[in-house]
Design a protein around this ligand. Structure first.
Ligand code: TPP
Ligand code: SF4
Length: 484
């Protein structure tokens, strides 16, 4: 008789305790016999064996495994339903040194997240996707998944899945293997110990590929869901081996480094150079850099006022001055007269998010925008308003308000089209964020019509001079016109 020792230990990639409420402290939140627990164990062991725990980030999905972050002592992010592989893409690109895993069920990955997984695979992202195919929506009580078998009962296929009505089961591994870019795709199963060990090998291999910068891997894991299938755990496991595996044959569907065609190698240029706003005067620009100021701006008004363009011009100016920039537009379906606004950030550091909840500056090109956004301006911030005074019933105490009748000024220059550029000139002067000559060179690059360019140059100067002269003598910041 072989002597053996029973070792009870868990991978250090797991937390010591999964803190649950009340009397459930001693158990995981998975049903007895659920495959998720086994997959967790295999991933944790592989991370430990490869020494990757400290670099690992797990993206958990929406589904029964939504709480994966309570078990894994790694970096954890929980994604919206179906978005895990897109979130994993972002994490990997932002932190290339980390090992990023997307963990997804079949409802999550193959239904609501179909687009995300196809495109992550097609871009050949250097991430690992662990795809748990249990043929059903577990968490929500057993709706049909794309992987549900023909004839299989679910709450949304109460007659059993019928191919002529619900289509045939979706084979994710085969589908993704038809793309050129994935590196490794394998389907494994939790049907018995032998296959569980194969699953572990596949998970380990996917992690190793990522560790070596090898590209996109997906391991599809056929898994039992005894609760929804209303089976005893052992019967459910057997069902995986005898029934699920018939529809989804195990095997390696892709195992090679993808070769991208030569022509796909883009020559290296900075973004500013690629957009044609950097003329290569890097030295001159960096010596001017101390003249630039970080700033966050919300430009708001209605469609047709050149709101989005104002933001783009400011962002291009920042790019020209070697700053980090972001521009986030928001507009309704109407091209004209609907409301429009955009957020612009100019920064000396990398920008985490283009969303700005408390902008330092609001440019309100109409009254609706003033009323809508004034309260969001950061305390001590600035509001530039396109009128000669504030509405009589409107008062702002937390920010400085400068009223500039830019629409009227643009009419005087010769075309209403340049009101936005007058405002831009005023903004540059009032905030001192960028030099006016940068604005002129961006306009020279952006405006092809020589007549309009002439108007634009006059508009920039008019906005600047208005701030220099009129505002200096009495800042227009109160409803009666002057703050004194
Ligand atoms: C946007 C959105 N749509 C629908 C849901 C409801 N929902 C939660 S989990 C789930 C299905 C999960 O099934 P699966 O991915 O197969 O994971 P399992 O629970 O079987 O592990 C659905 C539809 C949701 N949370 N969010
Ligand atoms: S419902 Fe199914 S997938 Fe969800 S925890 Fe229970 S057995 Fe696992």
């Amino acid at each position: 008789m072989t002597e053996y020792e029973v070792v009870h230990e868990k991978s250090p990639a797991f937390y010591d305790r999964y803190e649950r409420k009340g009397e459930l402290q001693q158990q995981t939140h998975y049903c007895p016999g659920c495959g998720h627990g086994i997959v967790h164990k295999l991933i944790a062991e592989a991370l430990t064996e490869l020494g990757l725990q400290d670099r690992a980030v797990l993206v958990s999905p929406v589904g029964c495994s939504v709480f994966a972050y309570y078990y894994f002592d790694v970096g954890n992010v929980q994604a919206a339903h179906g978005r895990a592989s897109a979130v994993a893409t972002a994490l990997k690109r932002a932190h290339p040194e980390s090992i990023v895993m997307s963990y997804q069920g079949d409802g999550d990955l193959a239904a609501i997240g179909t687009a995300e997984i196809v495109h992550a695979a097609n871009r050949g992202e250097n991430i690992c996707v662990f795809f748990v195919n249990n043929s059903i929506y577990g968490m929500t009580g057993g709706q049909m998944a794309p992987t549900t078998l023909v004839g299989q009962y679910s709450t949304t296929s109460p007659w059993g899945r019928r191919p002529n009505n619900e289509g045939l089961p979706l084979h994710v591994a085969e589908l993704l293997a038809s793309l050129e870019t994935p590196t490794y795709i394998e389907r494994v199963a939790l049907s018995d110990m032998k296959n569980i060990m194969k699953a572990k090998k596949a998970i380990r291999k996917a992690l190793e590929i990522q560790k070596n910068g090898g590209g996109f891997s997906l391991v599809e894991i056929l898994s039992p869901c005894p609760t929804i299938l209303k089976m005893d755990p052992l019967v459910a496991r057997k069902w995986v081996g005898e029934t699920l595996m018939k529809e989804f044959p195990l095997g390696v569907f892709r195992d090679r480094k993808p070769g991208l065609p030569e022509s796909a190698q883009v020559p290296h240029k900075t973004l500013a150079q690629a957009l044609g706003v950097d003329d290569g005067e890097a030295e001159e620009v960096s010596s001017r850099r101390h003249h630039t100021r970080e700033i966050t701006v919300n430009f708001a008004g209605f469609g047709g006022q050149g709101i989005l363009l104002m933001g783009q011009l400011l962002a291009e100016m920042g790019l020209r001055e070697q700053m980090e920039v972001s521009w986030l537009p928001s507009y309704g379906p109407e091209m004209r007269s609907g409301s429009a606004h955009c957020y612009v950030t100019l920064s000396h550091e990398r920008i985490g998010s283009p969303l700005i909840s408390r902008p330092e500056v609001l440019v309100a090109m109409n009254e609706i925008s003033l009323r809508k956004f004034a309260a969001s301006v950061a305390p001590g911030g600035l509001i530039l308003y396109n009128e000669d005074k504030l509405p009589a019933d409107f008062n702002v105490t937390h920010a400085r308000v400068v009223c500039i009748p830019v629409s009227q000024m643009a009419d005087q220059i010769g075309t209403a089209k340049v009101a936005n550029v007058v405002m831009l000139g005023a903004l540059l002067e009032e905030t001192g964020c960028l030099p006016t000559d940068t604005a002129i060179s961006v306009l020279e690059h952006a405006v092809k019509n020589p007549k309009l360019l002439e108007f634009d140059k006059r508009a920039i100067v008019a906005g600047r001079d208005y701030v220099d002269t009129t505002i200096e003598v009495g800042a227009v910041s109160q409803p009666d016109g002057y703050s004194g």
